[in-house]
Design a binder for this molecule. Structure first.
Ligand SMILES: Cc1ncc(COP(=O)(O)O)c(C=O)c1O
Length: 447
């Protein structure tokens, strides 16, 4: 890939300053075969802003050290990790000692399933869903080895929404844990996790939320949700390849992690094993800084209509000066949502107009609040791999297969024939990219 290429975006009603947004991500300027690259692979991992790259490089250049040493670079490393933790507590709305940092969501979930498994045995039940990524399925299913019973919740095949009646039926006084995804990484369904947490709590069970796919699209508030655990991966929301787990303090203190003896018994570090990827933790802090600046720029009213209203702008500036990092992050999410929603509506209308294309998941506008801008499709006569390859040659980076949402592809009968073509939009995508993707698809299928 080579040569940067400017991408013009027509004026839109979004509050996002898209020109600024895109200028932050150096990778967006690449081309392939002379085509500007369109990153539609966000569900597999998003691009990172320059400040994340700089923070990682800067850490390695100046502060590369292990923790707990009696010298400056080690102390700086300790401070940097504390800052990253504090940034993530603002991101999730919890306390810093409830933030566990790990290599990825899957590893953190296995660590937690092993620790919780020490308390579970025959007669205990865990409720899982068939809509979930396998990382929120297999680590819990592994507890069958010690006699735990797994109950699985179905989804409605017509629109890939979770069958909440089935979920309520599967939860009982024997349930010890309910594990559910906040949003599907395959079909984009956003689950009513607040209701799931409620049902779990009423039954005396713990709730474990996989927010990996939701995190780039919607603000997370573990206090409002009232969940016991929530996991996400920073590489899905413009940060480095790392995972973050929120655990309610009382659980992190009470549960016994598997760990080496010299490691501290204090939370959250007792859940963080070995030497972590410090340079990427520096990147986590920079990722939160990016979200914060995004929110502050939304609030400063960089949209043209705002600049005409000096008095209103002044007021906004005053508000800005007292806005907390959490408030700025929430403002960023609000603007992100508006922009993604407009692109989602256009993408769905455009996909449905392509002959022989089947879109999986919600397509009825009345349900759009229950989905994000992640689309799974198949086109008769073309395998998903074929489509992804042809799109890739034209600069559109999509995905094909099951993306580890294995139960879903099996249930929908597409696992043996290549799964789906997945198109994922995030806030740095543009309406123009949506139009060009639709045109490319039409050209590939010959309409
Ligand atoms: C919804 C969802 N959950 C869990 C995971 C696993 O995350 P990680 O790669 O951080 O282990 C993914 C990764 O694609 C995902 O999309």
């Amino acid at each position: 890939m080579s040569l940067p290429m400017a991408i013009a975006e027509p004026a839109s009603s979004t509050l996002l300053d898209l020109t600024w947004v895109r200028s932050q991500f150096p990778s967006l300027a690449q081309t392939v075969n002379g085509h500007p690259v369109v990153f539609l692979d966000g569900p597999g991992g998003t691009q990172v802003p320059q400040r994340v790259i700089d923070a990682i490089a800067d850490y390695l250049a100046r502060n590369n050290a292990n923790t707990g040493g009696a010298y400056p670079t080690s102390r700086n490393t300790d401070r940097m990790i504390a800052e990253a933790r504090a940034a993530m507590d603002d991101f999730l709305n919890c306390a810093a000692d409830e933030v566990v940092i790990g290599p990825n969501m899957t590893t953190l979930t296995y660590a937690m399933s092993r620790a919780l498994g020490r308390e579970f045995g025959p007669g205990d039940e865990i409720v899982l869903t068939l809509l979930d990524h396998d990382a929120n399925f297999s680590p819990w299913k592994a507890l069958e080895e010690q006699g735990v019973t797994i109950r699985t919740v179905n989804f409605n095949p017509a629109d890939c929404t979770l069958d909440m009646d089935d979920l309520a039926r599967k939860i009982s006084s024997r349930t010890r844990l309910v594990a559910v995804g906040y949003a599907s990484n395959a079909v984009g369904t956003i689950n009513n996790v607040a209701e799931v947490v409620n049902l779990a709590r009423q039954a005396g069970a713990l709730s474990y939320i996989d927010a990996v796919h939701y995190a780039p699209h919607g603000a997370i508030d573990v206090r409002v949700l009232g969940c016991d655990f929530l996991v996400c991966s920073t590489y899905k929301f413009f940060g480095p390849h790392m995972g973050v787990l929120y655990g309610r303090r009382e659980h992190l203190q009470r549960l016994q992690p598997y760990k080496v003896r010299p490691n501290t018994n204090n939370i959250p570090a007792c859940w963080e094993w070995g030497t972590l990827n410090h340079e990427c933790i520096a990147g986590i802090k920079a990722c939160a800084d990016y979200w914060e600046e995004l929110g502050r720029r939304v609030e400063t009213g960089l949209a043209p209509s705002e600049t005409q209203q000096a008095a209103s702008l002044q007021k906004r500036r005053e508000k800005l000066s007292v806005m907390s990092r959490r408030e700025a992050i929430l403002a960023a999410y609000e603007a992100t949502h508006t922009h993604e929603r407009a692109m989602m509506e256009r993408m769905i209308a455009g996909l449905l107009a392509i002959p022989r294309l089947k879109l999986y998941g919600i397509s009825d506008p009345r349900q759009f609040d229950q989905r994000c801008a992640t689309f799974a499709a198949r086109i008769e006569g073309h395998t998903p791999l074929e489509l992804a390859t042809k799109l890739g040659d034209r600069g559109f980076f999509t995905w094909d297969g099951n993306y580890y949402a294995l139960n879903l592809t099996e249930q929908l009968g597409v696992e043996r024939s290549g799964g789906f073509l997945r198109i994922g939009l995030v806030h740095y995508n543009t309406m123009d990219e949506v139009e060009r993707l639709l045109a490319a698809l039409r050209e590939i299928v010959g309409t």
